[in-house]
Design a protein around this ligand. Structure first.
Ligand SMILES: *Cc1c(COP(=O)(O)O)cnc(C)c1O
Ligand SMILES: [Zn+2]
Length: 372
């Protein structure tokens, strides 16, 4: 059975209802999807190298609604970080330049299935670009809200895809407040609220395991703001474990920028919920989320995996960026934060030569100015 389920009050809804949060007025909780995925490994092996190869694990009913650029199955390659070989997925190679295409492909397919003609989304840039691209492909109108200070490359991309671009003065939080008003009128294709987005990002875990010969790595280090990649990855590994395809769930390490690190702080203080903070400006604009909607779920996932959060400074992000670009990987500063996090992680933990660590280059460098 496939249905939407409120994470707060437990109310269930049909997937055919155009919802992005619980309808009950006194609740308004986050929705999750109840769905039994299947993994026919033999069939999967023979399919195109894209994320829709895991078709039976993605809750879109009718193939006719799928909106796809044959995205995914990004290369998983060895990169030397502080003298250790780390396997890094090249998520900057997606059609819009970030891993957000994973979520956008599934979410906009569901929007298509619901027959919705216009959506709204808010973003620091990459999620907005991805939603705009998939909406363009699907013939769906969209309004994208971004902070005024968003990188020029991302703004150009969103406009050129034909989206209505709304530049909001102030912080990322001000942008989130502005979109909420628009979301009263149009469907909110939010990457943080909408559970279908995570049904796309979970394919990150499927691909990693398949690329390792249906085996899980020991540790996965990811940059985290709203947690769309981290939570999706956590869900994906859990589904594979439930299906008895992998034996263990990797340890998840979430990397935040010291200048905006609400999850890191809540974790250190052993809290269950994540208090909003006053974030400062950071080079890692893609993870500058002062008040993560799914903060509680992110904390739980990282704790349950036996992992932790690491915070990295602006200097460390800049250094990691220069180091990766110096090897020919053109990534955005947000992505470099994960590399800075890995360096810190390797310094603090006992040297374990066997430990298989996976990470991601989450976004392409061409959209941002870099730190100069
Ligand atoms: C969105 C994004 C992230 C992290 O995503 P969250 O969902 O906010 O945790 C990391 N890197 C890049 C380049 C991004 O665009
Ligand atoms: Zn509810």
């Amino acid at each position: 059975m496939t249905e939407l389920c409120c994470s707060k009050c437990g109310t269930e809804y049909s997937m055919e209802e155009p919802l992005w949060r619980c309808l009950r007025e006194e609740c308004g909780g986050l929705l999750d999807i109840r769905f039994e995925p299947a993994f026919p490994l033999g069939k999967i092996a023979g399919r195109k190298p894209c994320l829709w190869r895991y078709r039976e694990a993605i809750p879109i009913k009718d193939d006719a609604h799928i909106i796809s650029f044959d995205e995914g199955f990004t290369p998983l390659i060895n990169v030397s970080v502080a003298g250790k070989q780390i396997l890094i997925k090249q998520e900057q190679l997606f059609s819009t330049g970030s891993y957000k295409d994973r979520g956008a492909s599934v979410l906009i397919s569901q929007v298509k299935a619901l027959g919705i003609k216009r959506v709204v989304e808010d973003s620091s840039g990459n999620a907005g670009s991805a939603v705009a691209a998939y909406c363009a492909n699907a013939g769906i109108e969209c309004d994208i809200f971004v902070p005024e200070a968003t990188s020029q490359g991302k703004l150009a991309q969103i406009s050129l895809y034909g989206a209505h671009l709304h530049k909001i003065p102030g912080s990322r939080g001000d942008t989130a407040a502005a979109v909420m008003i628009a979301a009263e009128k149009y469907y909110y294709a939010s990457h943080s609220w909408n559970p279908f987005f995570f049904q796309g990002t979970k394919t990150f875990a499927f691909e990693v395991c398949e690329q390792l010969g249906w085996r899980a790595p020991d540790t996965v280090v990811l940059p985290v703001g709203s947690g769309t990649l981290l939570l999706g990855t956590w869900m994906g590994f859990n589904e594979l474990k439930t299906a008895q395809i992998i034996e263990k769930i990797p340890t998840l390490i979430g990397v935040q920028a010291t200048n905006c690190a609400p999850l890191y702080r809540a974790f250190k203080e052993n809290l269950q919920e994540v208090p909003a903070i006053l974030g400062e400006k950071t080079l890692a604009e893609g993870i500058a989320i002062a008040s993560p909607i799914r903060g509680k779920q992110i904390l739980e996932a990282v704790r349950n995996s036996g992992g932790e959060f690491i915070a990295v400074t602006e200097t460390e992000i800049k250094e990691a960026l220069l180091e990766m670009c110096g090897k020919g990987y053109y990534i955005e500063p947000t992505s470099a934060s994960a590399i800075a996090g890995i360096k810190k992680y390797l310094r603090q933990c006992a040297d374990n030569k066997e430990e298989l660590i996976v990470s991601a280059f989450t976004g392409h460098g061409l959209k941002t100015q870099g730190p100069f």
